[in-house]
Ligand binder design. Structure first.
Ligand code: HEM
Length: 537
C-alpha cells in the first residue's frame, strides 16, 4: 500500500471483511506478492466492468484452469499411504540387492491401491482386479513392485494390452458401463482370447470384491530374477500376505456399499491408519532355478499362470507396515509414478513378454500424464539416495547443477569430473545366453489355457464356487449378444462342468460344444494328480 503503511480493513461487496493479519500466514500470489483481498476482483466502479489489469484474479483462475492432469489410462482410481519395509531374511546368497543384505534393515515405502477399469471418480467396490503397487526407496534407488491382488493376468503378450483395456473400459459410443466388466465388449474380447479365462475365474471370485485394501493379498505376477554378487541368477515371484487375513464382501453387500459409500475402501484405510491400526503385509518369495522351472507343464514366463505354492513354498523375507496417510492426495497419490522397470542391482527381469511391454509402457505414459521427464524430481518419486547423472534441462527442471561438465567421458579431474559408471556397485543385467529366430511367435509352452483355471475352481469351497457361478451369470447376463454368452459357455465347459452347467442354467441357455483348446488341458484329472503332472510333466 502507498507509503508502506499496512493495509486497513477492506469490505467486499458480499459483506466479507478482510483485515490485517496479526498472526499466521499472509495469503500471497504464486509470485509471493502479499494480497489484501482475495475475494473481490478489481472493478471500475462498484457495478462496473472487471479490469484485465487484475493480475491477482487472472493468476488465481489461470492456475485453477490447469489443476487437472490426465487420470491414469488404467488404475485411475487409487488410494495411497506411506510406510516402512523391514527386511526379515538375509538373502545375500541369492541377491546382491542391498535391501536384502541385512536383517532389520528398514526401507521407506509408498503404496498405492487401485481398481483397474473405473475412472478416477468411480466407486470402490466394483467387481475388479485391485492394483497393489509398492515403491521401496532403497539405498540403491527406487524399486517398484507394481502388482495386483490376483496372481495371474489376462494376457500373455503386452501387444494385446490396448485391446484388453479398450474392451474393459466403457464402450466408446454409449460411454458405459464405467466401472464394471459386465458388458459385451469385455466378454466378446475374452471369448476370443482363451488365455484370459484363468484370470476371469479369479475376477469372478470373491477376491474381486475385497472387504478392504487391508484384507487383500498382492502379487508381483511375473517371474523376476534375483542375481547374486557372483552373477548367478534364480527365478523369483513376489507375494504380499496380509497379516490381517483375507476378507471379501459378498456381491449383495458390494452393491449396497457402492450406493451408500462409494469411498468405502479409501475411508477404511484412512480410518485404520489414523487410529493407529496399521495394516501389515509380509513379503514372501518363491525362489526356483531354471532347471526346476523346466519341469513345470506350463511356462514360468507366462503371466497367465501361477506357480502352485505346494510346489514352491513361500519364504517370508520382509514386512511392510503402512503407518502414515498422505498429506496431500494430489501431490503424493496422484503424482506417484510406479514403473516395473525400476529395479535395483540384484533384481532383474525374466523374458516374460508381458513384463517387457510394461517396461516400455509405464515411463511412456507417465510422460503424458505428468507432463515432463523431470517427474522423478517430485518429492513422492524422488529417490532417497544420492542421484548423480548428466540428464539435463527439460520442463519443470528443479535441479541446479553447477560446473562446466554435462557429458561423459570427459577429461576433467576431481569433483569437476562428475559421476562415472561403476562396474562394482552399478546395475549389471544378468548375462543370459539367448538364441532363436526373430519372429512374431508364441511358444507352445504358453498354450494350455484351462488347467489352472480348473484348479482354481476346484480349490474353492462350495460357497465360493457358487459365488463364481453367480458372478459369471450376472456379468454375462448383462451381455446383449447371445453369441458372446455362448462362446463364453464353450470356454467354461473346458474349465469345469459344474461351472458351465450352473452358468448356462442361470442364463437359461443350452450348453454349446466346448471350445477347441489350443492344447489338451489336464482337466479330467483330480487336482492332486494335476499338480503332480504340472510338476513332473
Ligand atoms: C498402471 C499393474 C499390465 C500399463 C498400473 C498400476 C498397477 C498396474 C498396480 C497402477 C499404478 C499406480 O497405482 O499408479 C499391472 C499388472 C499387470 C499390468 C500387475 C500385469 C501383470 C500392464 C501392461 C501394460 C500396463 C501389460 C501395458 C503394456 C499400465 C499403465 C498404467 C498402469 C499405462 C498407468 C500408469 C500411470 O499412469 O502411472 N498397472 N499392470 N500394465 N499399467 Fe499396468
Amino acid at each position: 500500500t502507498a507509503g508502506g503503511t499496512p493495509p486497513g480493513e477492506v469490505v467486499g461487496s458480499g459483506g466479507e471483511v478482510h483485515q490485517p493479519v496479526e498472526d499466521g500466514q499472509v495469503l500471497t500470489s504464486a509470485q509471493g506478492i502479499p494480497l489484501a483481498d482475495d475475494q473481490n476482483s478489481l472493478r471500475a466502479g462498484e457495478r462496473g466492468p472487471t479490469l484485465l489489469e487484475d493480475f491477482a484474479m487472472r493468476e488465481k483462475i489461470f492456475h485453477f484452469d490447469h489443476e487437472r492432469i490426465p487420470e491414469r489410462v488404467v488404475h485411475a482410481r487409487g488410494y495411497g499411504a506411506h510406510g516402512t519395509f523391514e527386511t526379515t531374511a538375509d538373502l545375500s546368497a541369492i541377491t546382491r540387492a542391498a535391501i536384502f543384505s541385512k536383517v532389520g534393515r528398514k526401507t521407506e515405502a509408498f503404496v498405492r491401491f487401485s481398481t483397474v477399469a473405473g475412472a478416477k471418480g468411480s466407486f470402490d467396490l466394483a467387481r475388479d482386479v485391485r492394483g497393489f503397487a509398492v515403491k521401496l526407496y532403497t539405498t540403491e534407488g527406487n524399486w517398484d513392485i507394481v502388482g495386483n491382488n490376483i496372481p495371474v493376468f489376462f494376457i500373455q503378450d503386452a501387444i494385446k494390452f490396448p485391446d484388453l483395456v479398450h474392451a474393459v473400459k466403457e464402450e466408446p459410443d454409449r460411454a458405459f458401463p464405467q466401472a464394471q466388466s459386465a458388458h459385451d465388449n469385455f466378454w466378446d474380447f475374452v471369448s476370443f482370447t482363451p488365455e484370459a479365462i484363468h484370470m476371469t475365474l479369479w475376477q469372478m471370485s470373491d477376491r474381486a470384491i475385497p472387504r478392504s485394501f487391508r484384507f487383500m493379498e498382492g502379487f508381483g505376477v511375473h517371474t523376476f530374477r534375483f542375481v547374486n554378487a557372483g552373477g548367478e541368477s534364480t527365478f523369483v515371484k513376489f507375494h504380499w500376505k496380509p497379516l490381517q487375513g483375507m476378507q471379501s464382501v459378498v456381491w449383495n453387500e458390494a452393491v449396497k456399499i457402492n450406493g451408500a459409500d462409494p469411498d468405502f475402501h479409501r475411508r477404511d484405510l484412512w480410518d485404520a491408519i489414523t487410529t493407529g491400526d496399521f495394516p501389515q503385509w509380509d513379503l514372501a518369495v518363491q525362489v526356483f532355478d531354471e532347471e526346476f522351472a523346466q519341469e513345470f507343464d506350463f511356462d514360468v514366463l507366462d503371466a497367465t499362470k501361477l506357480i502352485p505354492e505346494e510346489l514352491v513354498p513361500l519364504q517370508v523375507v520382509g514386512r511392510l507396515t503402512l503407518d502414515r496417510v498422505v498429506d496431500n492426495d494430489f501431490a503424493e497419490t496422484e503424482q506417484v509414478a510406479f514403473h516395473t522397470g525400476n529395479i535395483p542391482p540384484g533384481v532383474d527381469f525374466s523374458n516374460d513378454p508381458l513384463l517387457h511391454g510394461r517396461n516400455f509402457s509405464y515411463l511412456d505414459t507417465q510422460l503424458s500424464r505428468l507432463g515432463t521427464p523431470n517427474f522423478t524430481q517430485l518429492p513422492i518419486n524422488a529417490p532417497r539416495c544420492p542421484v548423480a547423472h548428466f540428464q539435463r534441462d527439460g520442463q519443470m527442471q528443479t535441479a541446479v547443477p553447477t560446473g562446466r561438465v554435462n557429458y561423459e567421458p570427459n577429461g576433467f579431474g576431481g569433483s569437476e569430473r562428475g559421476p562415472r559408471a561403476d562396474t562394482r556397485a552399478g546395475f549389471q543385467s544378468y548375462a543370459e545366453p539367448i538364441e532363436g529366430l526373430k519372429a512374431r511367435v508364441r511358444s507352445e509352452t504358453f498354450a494350455d489355457h484351462y488347467s489352472q483355471a480348473r484348479q482354481f475352481f476346484v480349490s474353492q469351497t462350495p460357497v465360493e464356487q457358487d459365488h463364481i457361478v453367480k458372478a459369471y451369470t450376472f456379468e454375462l447376463g448383462k451381455c446383449e449378444s447371445p453369441q458372446v454368452r455362448s462362446r463364453m459357455l464353450a470356454h467354461l465347459m473346458n474349465v469345469h462342468d459344474d461351472l458351465a452347467v450352473g452358468v448356462a442354467e442361470g442364463l437359461g441357455m443350452p450348453l454349446p460344444e466346448p471350445a477347441t483348446p489350443a492344447r489338451q488341458p489336464i482337466t479330467d484329472l483330480p487336482p492332486s494328480d494335476a499338480l503332480s503332472i504340472l510338476k513332473n510333466g
